[in-house]
Design a protein around this ligand. Structure first.
Ligand code: LLP
Length: 385
């Protein structure tokens, strides 16, 4: 069922907090929606951006649904392959690939390296020669298209460190075509994350059309276009919108991006696949009366879910234990940092020590970004089934 289902009292009793809880039904429902909507179009290949969540159960479920894997490190390549993703569905992106990571990709014969600079291309060519292999490469082009999202997660502007400038695109393709151990197979783009305005994807499509026209005029064919990820989720009302609007998302590209005959369009979705199926479960340690506010102090902190501290992100909070009349709380963690605040001035059923709180929409960039700061233990994970 495509709803967010909270853990039962019995499940909660067994949990050691703080921990992540994954609603596997919702994950499956989300994957079904992706497959169903992408299947309306020929040659739409969906990859999962492993960086959003590399929990092994989550990865295996996504792999079984038939998605490919978008990896940004050797560790992610290993995690994806261990979870069962076939190497020929693995793409490897990242602005700073180390030699061992490139060698691993070559050894596994991954589908494609998304290359971000000329020096990187040269290293891939040299390492491929050493290994006696051919590396398939796509160039990540910086499309200079802004996205309406938080500045820390915008990536497609000229000022960002990512990608190769449009001006250099033809030159790098020609360079690759002259190299003996790389095969140029496509162009890669990514403009940012948590994007809810389809117009941003329309702008990217228009930019890609321009670039393709240019390359076509120069006699260069591009078998694969990869538009990255970025589709956002509803953090404000997760229960009402548990599954993102994949229909509108794919339709936007189908309508605006002019694919050439036989050309494949690749997507690298992270947040929209796993965001809503995960929640962080935490216990109230203390309710503290401040000078003019009251604090609910949780056993979870920014080490378990860093998004509020890092991006001022909003995660809806629910009190799973109490249905008492609401009071107003600043919900904070135990870490020795003033930014260790999940939310301020939240109305929640009156809380007391021992209550369990859920922070919703934490499936993406939650567990995977947890740290051991303050010598804390990493949060564990539990599943609905
Ligand atoms: N492809 C590339 C090249 C990317 O850089 C990213 C995300 C994705 C795909 C997946 O994007 P998604 O579909 O998840 O938006 N930690 C931040 C988000 C960082 C996103 C980094 N790149 C957060 O918690 O909001």
């Amino acid at each position: 069922m495509n709803t967010i289902t909270f853990p039962t009292a019995e499940q909660l009793n067994k949990m050691q907090t703080p921990c992540y809880y994954y609603d596997m039904d919702l994950l499956q429902g989300t994957l079904d929606a992706i497959k169903q909507e992408a299947a309306h179009y020929e040659h739409f290949d969906v990859h999962y951006a492993v960086k959003a969540n590399a929990n092994s159960r989550v990865l295996q479920t996504i792999c079984q649904a038939g998605l490919g894997a978008d990896c940004v490190s050797g560790g992610e390549i290993k995690a994806a392959i261990e979870a069962g993703f076939p190497a020929d569905k693995v793409v490897f992106a990242g602005v700073g690939k180390a030699d061992w990571e490139i060698r691993l990709g070559l050894e596994k014969e991954i589908f494609c390296f998304n290359v971000e600079s000329v020096p990187e291309l040269e290293v891939i060519n040299a390492l491929a020669a050493e290994a006696g292999k051919m590396a398939r490469v796509a160039f990540r082009i910086n499309p200079d298209v802004g996205a309406h999202t938080h500045a820390n997660i915008t990536t497609g502007l000229a000022e960002n460190k990512f990608g190769i400038s449009m001006r250099d695109m033809e030159m790098v393709i020609r360079l690759a075509q002259q190299m003996e151990h790389v095969t140029f197979i496509g162009l890669h783009f990514h403009i940012g994350s948590q994007i809810l305005e389809m117009d941003d994807f329309v702008a990217l499509s228009h930019r890609i059309n321009e670039l393709q026209d240019k390359l076509e005029a120069a006699g260069i064919t591009v078998p694969h276009i990869n538009v990255g990820g970025g589709l956002g989720i509803n953090y404000q009302q997760p229960e009402a919108f548990p599954v993102p609007d994949f229909k509108a998302y794919f339709a936007t590209y189908a309508q605006h991006l002019k694919l050439r005959p036989g050309q494949h369009l690749h997507f690298e979705l992270g947040r929209s696949v796993v965001g809503q199926c995960g929640m962080l479960i935490s216990r109230v340690l203390y309710v503290k009366q401040g000078t003019n506010k009251q604090f609910a102090i949780l056993d979870a902190g920014m080490t378990d879910l860093i998004r509020p501290a890092l991006y001022q992100a909003h995660h809806a909070i629910r009190n799973l234990t109490s249905a008492a009349p609401a009071e107003t709380y600043d919900v904070v963690g135990p870490i020795c940092e003033s930014s260790d605040v999940f939310d301020k001035g939240v109305e929640l059923p009156r809380a007391q020590r021992g209550d369990l709180f859920a922070l919703l929409s934490a499936g993406a960039y939650g567990e995977i970004m947890a740290s051991r700061y303050n010598c804390r233990t990493l949060p564990g994970s539990y599943y609905s089934e």
